[in-house]
Design a protein around this ligand. Structure first.
Ligand SMILES: Nc1ncnc2c1ncn2[C@@H]1O[C@H](COP(=O)(O)OP(=O)(O)OP(=O)(O)O)[C@@H](O)[C@H]1O
Length: 328
C-alpha cells in the first residue's frame, strides 16, 4: 500500500515542526525516516496515522486521504508510537486481547499468543504491565501494532530501549515481513547501521524540511567524498602502532576486531599503500555508508550523483590490493 506525503506543514505555536516535505513510500518497501532530534519525525508519524491534522498539505495511505478517511486509514495501519502507555493493571495478554477486539479480529486468542511469542513476551504474558521494563513495553507495543497483520506498519524508534536480543528479534521480524508479505513498513531510527540493514529507501529530515531522499544504496554511493577503510591488525601488539599510523588520515574507530578509518576517497589508495605490510592482516574498502550520507544531507553539502575521482569502493580496494602486491 503506497503512501504519499505532499507539501505537509505543521506548526506548534512558533515552532515549525514540518516545513513542506513531499515524498512517496512505495508499496511493500521498508522505508526509513531519519533526522536529528526534533527534526519532525514523530510529528509526521502522528499525521500519517491520523492522530493529528496538518496545517496544510496532504497525506494519502493507499489512495485514502488521512484527513478525510481517518478511521479507514487507522484500520489499515499498525502503529508503534515513540512513547507507549498501557493501563498498569492489565496484563500484556489483556492489552493485546482488548486491541484485538477493537480491531474485530477473529481467532483472537491464537493471534494474541502468536504475537506474544513473536516479540518474546510469552513468559511474561500474564504479568501486569506495571511490572514491565521499558524494553518489554516496547515489545508489547510492537506486538499490538502487528496484531491485525496490517498492510502498513508505522514504527517510531522501534528499537529504542531494547536490549541486543530484542533488537535482533525486531530485525528478524521486519526482515520476515519484508520477505514474506507485501506490507509497507515505515520506521524511524537513530541507529543508521540498522536503517542501512533494514530499509530499501530513506528520507532525511532536518528542521521539518526534506534534506535527502532515495534508495539507501544510491544515497550511500552518492556520498563519494569518503570511504571507510577497515583494517584487521596482525596482532594486538601491532594495534597501537597501527592506530598511530592511521590517526592522521581520517576519523578512526577502534573496533573489537578491526580499525575503521573514514577518509577522503581520493586519499584511500595512498593511505593503505603507506601502511607497512606486516601491520595488517587484511583490509577492506567500503562505501562510508548511510552515516556519511546522513551527515552530508544535514550539513547541506549533499549532492546526489556527486562522484569522486577514484571510482567505487570495490574498484579502490582492487587498486590498493594491486599496488600493495607490486610494492611488497
Ligand atoms: N505537541 C507539541 N507541542 C509543541 N511542540 C511540539 C509538539 N510536538 C512536537 N513539537 C515540536 O516540534 C518539533 C518536531 O518534534 P518531533 O517530536 O516531531 O521531532 P522528532 O524528529 O520525532 O525528534 P526525536 O528524534 O527527538 O524524537 C520539535 O521542535 C518539538 O519540540
Amino acid at each position: 500500500m503506497k503512501i504519499t506525503i505532499t507539501d505537509v506543514h505543521k506548526r506548534y505555536g512558533d515552532v515549525v515542526a514540518l516545513d513542506g516535505p513531499s515524498f512517496e513510500v512505495p508499496t511493500g518497501s521498508t522505508f526509513g525516516v531519519l533526522g536529528t532530534n526534533g527534526a519532525g519525525k514523530s510529528t509526521l508519524f502522528g499525521l500519517l496515522v491520523g492522530h493529528d491534522t496538518p496545517d496544510s498539505g496532504r497525506i494519502e495511505v493507499g489512495g485514502l486521504d488521512v484527513e478525510e478517511a481517518g478511521h479507514r486509514v487507522r484500520e489499515r495501519v499498525g502503529f508503534l508510537p515513540e512513547h507507549t502507555g498501557f493501563p498498569d493493571a492489565m496484563t500484556g495478554r489483556e492489552v493485546l486481547e482488548v486491541n484485538a477486539r477493537i480491531r474485530g479480529l477473529e481467532d483472537r486468542a491464537d493471534r494474541v499468543d502468536e504475537c506474544l511469542a513473536l516479540v518474546g513476551l510469552s513468559a511474561a504474558a500474564d504479568r501486569a504491565v506495571s511490572g514491565y521494563s521499558n524494553g518489554m513495553g516496547r515489545r508489547l507495543g510492537l506486538a499490538a501494532a502487528l496484531l491485525s497483520q496490517p498492510p502498513v506498519l508505522v514504527l517510531d524508534e522501534p528499537t529504542a530501549g531494547l536490549d541486543p536480543r530484542g533488537v535482533a528479534t525486531f530485525h528478524r521480524i521486519v526482515e520476515r515481513i519484508d520477505r514474506e508479505t507485501d506490507a509497507t513498513v515505515v520506521l524511524s531510527s537513530h541507529v543508521l547501521g540498522e536503517v542501512e540493514r533494514l530499509c530499501d529507501e530513506v528520507v532525511v529530515l532536518d528542521d521539518g524540511r526534506l534534506r535527502a531522499a532515495g534508495p539507501v544504496d544510491e544515497l550511500c554511493a552518492a556520498t563519494s567524498e569518503e570511504v571507510t577503510v577497515s583494517l584487521r591488525p596482525t596482532g594486538d601488539r601491532d594495534r597501537e602502532t597501527l592506530l598511530e599510523a592511521v590517526s592522521s588520515w581520517g576519523s578512526v574507530e577502534n573496533g573489537e576486531r578491526t580499525i575503521d578509518v573514514r577518509c577522503p576517497r581520493d586519499d584511500a589508495l595512498e593511505f593503505v599503500t603507506s601502511l607497512e605490510d606486516d601491520l595488517i592482516e587484511r583490509f577492506e574498502v567500503r562505501e562510508a555508508g548511510l552515516e556519511a550520507a546522513f551527515h552530508e544531507a544535514i550539513e547541506g553539502s549533499f549532492e546526489a550523483g556527486d562522484e569522486g575521482e577514484t571510482g567505487s569502493a570495490d574498484e579502490l580496494e582492487a587498486d590498493v590490493a594491486e599496488t600493495r602486491e607490486v610494492t611488497s
